[in-house]
Ligand binder design. Structure first.
Ligand SMILES: Cc1ncc(COP(=O)(O)O)c(C=O)c1O
Length: 402
């Protein structure tokens, strides 16, 4: 069936197909302890509060909730987000905001307003798999910049930017997940945040700061978002209610220079008119009643016990040739195995032993990192983490000793 109508599709339509990763992931059956998905834990969903807010909204604001709305988003929700961002020391006003259907839509809109085919985007190596889709759909050229335990390395970034300046070429933007990065769990240091903001101004290059996990810190010292150090409007900040409220709400936002917001609003209007007014009303009421901060406090322990359980299990069961990151927040950690191990092949064996992860190559535009893996602790029951890591360690040990 799949070949039918093939001559009708656009270049983009023709290029769309399930990724190799989707095919691998389909091997994962229900009885597998899966560290692969980056899903929030179901216990973190504010079910009763959503029920109450829905009732409230339908009783008090039925028209706002059920009528078409403005493409930019619910004004009251924007005012709330602007005030919250100012509390975090971002120098912004309501004009700097757009409500999106999750950060994923923000990435798609940004890719489309900025990128023509062959335009260059710099990404962390490795980076968020879901951002690669929108960038590749625009046929962008992706340049990877190396990271270490303190995030992306500014000196390496500067080398690339300097080289492009010499060649008289423009980099369209740098895409970063500075806090509790997906996939590595690593956080960009304070010093590097300042350095990267000054590079952005010096080289007049935009930076997309994707921050879905910043509020989920379980250890260590808070670091302000990159956007706080942005004096020239080069940083485009993205965040979302997905991990602190519900991903099913599909509710996120962009904070950027007004000129960028305007373009995104025009595009969004033609894409989906606006994000759901119903959900925006519910989320706004939730925020207005001051429930969000308390909710974040309430859900932190759900993840912090799982993070601890995974770190303990790795310490207990893993062998000396394997290393891993120790994230202070977010959902993920990143393990590196001896060079000769291919985690894509190993996944077949792991799935047979009823444990799964995401092979690291999927997060590199160039497909390297064959000896790495992403392990997510967010959605797995604490009692299963030790057993899952034990199974994985056994599979890895067997492979190493081959
Ligand atoms: C780094 C990163 N960006 C964006 C997203 C998409 O988030 P949303 O649910 O808001 O679309 C995710 C989701 O996992 C993510 O990890």
């Amino acid at each position: 069936m799949y070949m039918v109508f093939d001559d009708k599709f656009s270049d983009l339509g023709r290029s769309l197909e399930p990724s190799a990763l989707t095919q691998i992931m389909n091997m994962i059956t229900e009885d597998v302890i899966s560290f692969s998905g980056g899903l929030p834990h179901p216990d973190s969903f504010p079910v009763e509060e959503v029920r109450e807010m829905m009732e409230y909204v339908l009783t008090n604001e039925p028209v706002t909730a059920l009528q078409y709305g403005s493409p930019r988003g619910n004004e009251k929700l924007i005012a709330f987000l602007a005030a919250r961002s100012k509390d975090k020391e971002m120098k912004v006003t309501e004009k700097n905001f757009l409500i999106t259907s999750g950060s994923q839509q923000a990435l798609d809109l940004l890719a489309r307003v900025f990128l023509d085919p062959e335009d260059e985007v710099i990404v962390e190596s490795p980076t968020y798999l879901g951002a690669l889709g929108p960038f590749k759909n625009q046929k962008a050229q992706l340049t990877e910049v190396p990271m270490d335990d303190n995030g992306v390395i500014p000196e390496e970034l500067e080398k690339i930017l300097q080289a492009r300046r010499t060649e008289n070429k423009q980099v369209k933007f740098i895409y970063l997940i500075p806090t509790f990065q997906n996939p590595t769990g690593v956080t960009l240091s304070l010093e590097r945040r300042q350095k990267i903001c000054s590079l952005a101004s010096k080289f007049d290059v935009l930076v997309i700061e994707d921050d879905p996990y910043g509020e989920l810190r379980y250890a260590g010292e808070k670091v302000p978002p990159l956007k706080v150090f942005d004096k020239t409007g080069h940083v485009i900040y993205l965040s979302t209610f997905s991990k602190i409220f519900s991903p099913g709400a599909r509710m996120g936002w962009v904070t950027a220079h007004e000129s960028i917001i305007s373009k995104l609003v025009y595009l969004k209007e033609s894409v989906d008119l606006h994000s759901s007014t119903f959900v925006q009303s519910i989320v706004y009421e939730y925020c207005r009643k001051n429930l969000l901060d308390q909710h974040i406090k309430d859900i932190l322990p759900i993840y912090s016990v799982r993070r601890k359980a995974m770190l303990n299990a790795l310490e207990t069961h893993f062998i000396k040739d394997v290393t891993w990151t120790e994230p202070e927040g977010g959902f993920f950690l990143w393990a590196t195995l001896p060079d000769h191990i291919d985690t894509k092949d190993l996944l077949v064996e792991a799935a047979k032993n009823r444990v799964a992860y995401v092979p690291g190559y999927a997060f590199y535009p160039g497909g390297q990192g064959q000896n790495t893996m992403r392990l997510s602790f967010s959605g797995v029951d604490e009692s299963q983490i030790d057993e899952g890591i034990k199974r994985l360690a056994a599979v890895v040990s067997k492979e190493i000793s081959k």
